[in-house]
Design a protein around this ligand. Structure first.
Ligand code: GDP
Ligand code: MG
Length: 440
């Protein structure tokens, strides 16, 4: 396999720019850059002069990770150079002159996977860790990466192996079983299928839900029109994101903004005011807001002197009631709100923000153990086809078409294998023999 190189850091002016290389006998290949110098000691930062055609072009820190104990399983070299983009391009060019080509996206991880350094699932969790749009998503990906056994597909694989083992036992040893045992084993298969269907559907629905809303600490501003939701949204984000106007029905879509906090993002959503509306688009906005309530971590129900209205529905989402426009009039004593604020004068906003930040902090402190999610659309598609296959198997079993059931289960197995890259025949047979007492 040819050797590869890629800049690991962006090509922008910065103190340090890093290049990563992977290949076999790598030091020998890049020797022209360090003429006469011995290979640096493994995993020790070594300061070296990098030369091009004998001319010193930069002083760099070199890290050498000899294969197979490296990320890719091959020799890996990291070069930390001065981060001027022209300098990094020039070093990249010098490396290419040594016969090393530029890597394609994901090629380092692909090599790690092919060399058995990481599983397919780990590779995808790693990718998600790098590209996660929120800190919550990063933590969820990290939890799958560091404990692959908690990955949703690993859990589903466990349940599936259990089903498969029972099914093979049922199929392969009918002569060992009496009629009643036979129908007993048969009926044992259905609850296992049900569990699998439940697990798969649950994971798919978690994935399909707006994952950003799901994984960041999210707060929705809702309430009657004109209560000042958009004004509060702008104030809390400290930017003029949403249009504010004295005309009710100004906000029609769901707007989102983020506050970056030290422990993770606070996703703030502004929504269309609740009222019965004949306007099609506004109606769509209202229904979007209604649906979102169930998925957010906290609802802020915003009212004001002109729009006093208690929460008009029941919800399991915890909420704060907010009295806005206190500069116009104080809240009525019969309905004391949780927070009394004025988006105009900023009165009470600090207290509201502090409360939200502390809820977010609490949320992220538990997030480490949060439900791990599927990492990619690819996994979701594999799982969705898997679900269809086991449902076909269920139908066949119900009509005692065991051959068809077998075909569907084998298909399901291939799909899960594609999804996880991790089922071996031995594993299934281990289970048949270790969990089932067939030797009677
Ligand atoms: N006096 C006063 N007016 C406010 C306050 N907050 C918002 N408004 C005004 O109320 C109107 C509706 O505000 P907006 O934020 O668009 O409300 P939304 O429909 O709930 O999003 C606008 O004219 C705002 O300027 C406030 O705290 N005090
Ligand atoms: Mg608005």
């Amino acid at each position: 396999m040819d050797s590869i190189v890629a800049p690991v850091t962006a090509l922008v002016p910065q103190p340090v720019g890093i290049l990563r290389l992977s290949g076999l006998n790598l030091w020998q290949q890049i020797q022209p850059l360090f003429p006469g110098l011995p290979c640096p000691a493994p995993r020790k930062a070594t300061l070296l002069t990098l030369k091009r055609q004998g001319q010193a072009i930069d002083s760099v820190l070199v890290l050498f990770f000899p294969g197979p104990h490296s990320f890719t399983g091959e020799d890996v070299v990291e070069i930390q150079a001065h981060g001027n983009p022209q300098n990094i391009r020039s070093i990249l060019h010098s490396i290419e002159e040594c016969g090393i080509r530029q890597a394609k996206p994901g090629e380092f991880s692909l090599r790690a996977y092919k060399n058995g350094k990481i599983s397919l699932l780990k590779a995808e969790s790693l990718h998600r860790m790098i590209t996660a749009p929120t800190y919550g998503d990063f933590l969820s990906a990290h939890s799958s990466f560091s404990r692959p056994e908690n990955h949703p597909l690993a859990t589903i694989k466990e349940a599936f192996l259990d089903l498969l083992a029972s099914f093979y036992a049922f199929l392969d040893y009918p002569e060992e079983l009496t009629d009643s045992e036979h129908s007993y084993s048969h009926s044992l298969l259905f609850p296992k299928i049900l569990t699998l269907q439940h697990l798969s559907r649950h994971q798919l629905s978690l994935f399909r839900k707006n994952r950003r809303v799901f994984s960041s600490f999210s707060v929705l501003l809702a309430g009657p029109p004109n209560s000042g939701k958009s004004s509060l949204f702008n104030r809390l984000l400290q930017s003029d994101r949403a249009i504010v106007s004295p005309y009710p029905g100004t906000t029609r879509d769901l707007l989102e903004g983020r506050l970056s906090l030290p422990f993770g993002d606070l996703l703030l959503l502004d929504s269309a005011g609740f009222r019965s509306s004949n306007d099609l688009i506004e109606g769509m906005g209202i229904s979007k807001a209604r649906k979102t309530i169930a998925h957010v971590d906290r609802l802020l129900w915003v009212t004001s002197p002109e729009t006093l209205a208690p929460l008009p529905f029941s919800t399991r989402t915890p909420y704060f009631t907010i009295w806005n426009k206190v500069d116009l009039s104080p809240p009525p004593p019969i309905l004391p709100p949780d927070f009394v604020v004025s988006a105009r004068t900023r009165k009470g906003l600090r207290q509201l923000l502090d409360a939200l930040v502390s809820l977010a902090e609490d949320f992220y402190s538990h997030h480490n153990n949060s439900t791990p999610l599927l990492d990619s659309e690819r996994q979701a598609q594999a799982l969705s086809s898997f679900l269809k296959a086991i449902t076909r198997a269920e139908d066949s079993l119900r009509s005692n078409a065991f051959d068809l059931a077998l075909t569907s289960l084998e298909e399901a197995r291939n799909l899960l294998e594609d999804g996880t890259g991790m089922i071996s025949t031995e594993e299934i047979y281990d289970r048949v023999f270790s969990r089932f007492c067939l030797g009677k």
